[in-house]
Design a protein around this ligand. Structure first.
Ligand SMILES: *Cc1c(COP(=O)(O)O)cnc(C)c1O
Length: 453
C-alpha cells in the first residue's frame, strides 16, 4: 500500500507543529479538564452534550491536546470538519490576514470579492457541467433550509421527501427532515409540515439491489404524496449520522432519473461527505449522480463556520431579490478560510490522501471483522469508514458493545465517534493530516477495546 511520501506529508500536515503522538499524563479527564467541565455543567445547558471528557487547548495534524497536556489521537475531525487538519498553515494565514482587513460588512449590504470567489469555486468543483450559482450560509442546517426554500420557490410545490436514517440538522425544518427521534427531535415538536419519509437503500439490512430499493421508494412516494405535489427529495449520498449507510449501486441514479422525469428537484446533502472526505471531491461522483442542488458545510473551511447551496442557475435564481441571505452568511473570515482550504483540496494531494486512509482503515477493519463476527459490516469510502456492531447470531444491532468500545478507546486517548439509528456504528473520520503511524496506533487501541469488551 502506498505510504505518504515525505513531501506530501509535509504539504498536508503543513510542516512541523504539535508533537504527533498519543500521550496520556492523567486519566481522562485530568484535574484541569475536570475543573473546566464542572464549570460547563454550571454554565452550559445539559442539552449541549459532549463525547470526549476533556477541554481542548490545541489541535493539529492528527492530535487534540487537552488542558492537562494529554495528547489524544483524533479519528473524528470534529465531525468531519477539519479534513485538511486543524490550524492548517495556509488557512491560519488567510484567516489572520482577513481579520486584519475587515471582519464583516454583511454581504447583503456591501458585497466583497472573496464570497464571489468561493461561489465560483463551488460552481466549478461540484458535479454537473451546466451553469451553476452558489449562496453562502453559516451552518449545514441553514444550507439545507435554504435548499428547500429554493426548491419550493422554483417548483411552486410544497412537499419534500427525506429518507429513513437521514440526518439534516437541528433547526425546525431540518429536525422534520431528520429521521431519528433521540436525541435530535424528542420533545422538540411540532415539526414543519409537508415533510415525508421514504425507505432508504441499506444493503446490509435490506439485501435489495439499488434499482429495487429505488422502485420501493418511488412507489411509496407516488402513492402517498404524488409527484405533482413534490418540490424536492433530499438525500445524503452516504448517510452520516444515520450510520455511514452506503446505498446499493443504482439507487441514487434511479431516484435522480425519476426526479428529472417528474420536475422534482434532487438535492444531495453533502454536508458530511463533501470536500475530499470520501476520496472524491463530492460523494455524488462515486455514484454517478449529478444533483440539481448540493448542500455543503463541514469540510469547507478548515473549521470556520461556512455552508453553501450550489446548483443549477435556473433553480438557484428562483427566489426574488432579498429572499435569501442572512446577517453573517458568507462571513469574510470564513470565506478566506474556505479559499485557502479549497487551494489545499485542489493542489496538495488531499483527495489521494483520503483514498490512502480509506485503504488503511478498510483493510484493518476487514481483518478485524474476519476474526470477530461482532463486526457485522465494514463500509464507506475514503476517510469516511464505519464498522457496524451486531449480535453475530441474529445480526441485531449491538448498541451496548458499540458504546463500550467507543468509551474504552476514548479513555485510552483515541477520539472515536459513534453513529447509526441504532447507535451501533463506530465511524472513522480522521483528519487527512494524520500520519499513518498515528492512524495505525488509533486502530490498535480500538481493536484492543473490542477484544476486551
Ligand atoms: C452535520 C450535518 C448537517 C447539519 O450541519 P450543522 O452545521 O450541524 O447545522 C446537515 N446534514 C448533514 C448530512 C450533516 O452531516
Amino acid at each position: 500500500m502506498a505510504l505518504l511520501d515525505a513531501a506530501t506529508e509535509e504539504r498536508i500536515q503543513g510542516g512541523p507543529g504539535l508533537p504527533q503522538q498519543r500521550r496520556l499524563i492523567t486519566e481522562l479527564p485530568g484535574p484541569r479538564s475536570a475543573a473546566i467541565l464542572a464549570r460547563k455543567a454550571e454554565a452550559v445547558p445539559a442539552g449541549v452534550g459532549h463525547t470526549v471528557p476533556v477541554a481542548a487547548v490545541a489541535a493539529g495534524g492528527g492530535v487534540v491536546v487537552d488542558a492537562d497536556g494529554n495528547s489524544l489521537i483524533d479519528l473524528g475531525s470534529g465531525i468531519a470538519v477539519t479534513t485538511v487538519g486543524n490550524v492548517h498553515p495556509k488557512i491560519a494565514a488567510a484567516v489572520a490576514a482577513q481579520a486584519a482587513q475587515f471582519t464583516h460588512t454583511c454581504f447583503m449590504i456591501s458585497p466583497y470579492e472573496s464570497y464571489i470567489e468561493v461561489a465560483e469555486a463551488l460552481n466549478r468543483l461540484t458535479p454537473g457541467d451546466f451553469a451553476k450559482k452558489s449562496a453562502l450560509f453559516n451552518s449545514g442546517a441553514e444550507a439545507v433550509e435554504n435548499a428547500i426554500k429554493i426548491a419550493r420557490k422554483h417548483t411552486g410545490r410544497s412537499a419534500v421527501v427525506a429518507f429513513d436514517h437521514g440526518y439534516h440538522g437541528r433547526t425546525n425544518l431540518t429536525m422534520a427532515l431528520t429521521a431519528k427521534s433521540m436525541p435530535y427531535k424528542s420533545g422538540f415538536g411540532p415539526f414543519a409540515p409537508e415533510v415525508y419519509r421514504a425507505p432508504m437503500s441499506y444493503p446490509f439490512r435490506d439485501g435489495l439491489t439499488g434499482p429495487d430499493a429505488a422502485a420501493r421508494a418511488i412507489s411509496q412516494i407516488e402513492k402517498q404524496i404524488g409527484a405533482d405535489n413534490l418540490a424536492a427529495i433530499i438525500i445524503e449520498p452516504i448517510q452520516g449520522e444515520g450510520g455511514f449507510i452506503v446505498p446499493a449501486e443504482g439507487f441514487l441514479p434511479a431516484l435522480a432519473d425519476w426526479c428529472r422525469a417528474n420536475g422534482v428537484v434532487f438535492i444531495a446533502d453533502e454536508v458530511q461527505t463533501g470536500f475530499a472526505r470520501t476520496g472524491h471531491m463530492f460523494a455524488s461522483e462515486i455514484f454517478g449522480v449529478v444533483p440539481d442542488l448540493i448542500t455543503t458545510a463541514k469540510g469547507i473551511a478548515g473549521g470556520l463556520p461556512l455552508a453553501a447551496v450550489t446548483g443549477r442557475a435556473e433553480i438557484m435564481d428562483a427566489s426574488h431579490s432579498g429572499g435569501l441571505g442572512g446577517t453573517y452568511g458568507g462571513n469574510p473570515i470564513a470565506c478566506a478560510a474556505a479559499l485557502a482550504a479549497i487551494d489545499v483540496f485542489e493542489n496538495d494531494g488531499v483527495i489521494e490522501r483520503a483514498q490512502q486512509i480509506g485503504s488503511i482503515l478498510t483493510a484493518r477493519l476487514r481483518a478485524l471483522q474476519a476474526q470477530d463476527p461482532r463486526i457485522g459490516d465494514v463500509r464507506g469510502h475514503g476517510a469516511m469508514i464505519a464498522a457496524e456492531f451486531v449480535d453475530p447470531e441474529t445480526n441485531a444491532p449491538d448498541t451496548a458493545l458499540t458504546a463500550a468500545v467507543a468509551k474504552a478507546a476514548i479513555a485510552q486517548g483515541v477520539i472515536v465517534l459513534t453513529c447509526g439509528t441504532y447507535g451501533n456504528v463506530i465511524r472513522f473520520l480522521p483528519p487527512l493530516s494524520i500520519g499513518d503511524d498515528l492512524l495505525g496506533e488509533g486502530l490498535d487501541v480500538v481493536a484492543e477495546a473490542l477484544a476486551a469488551a
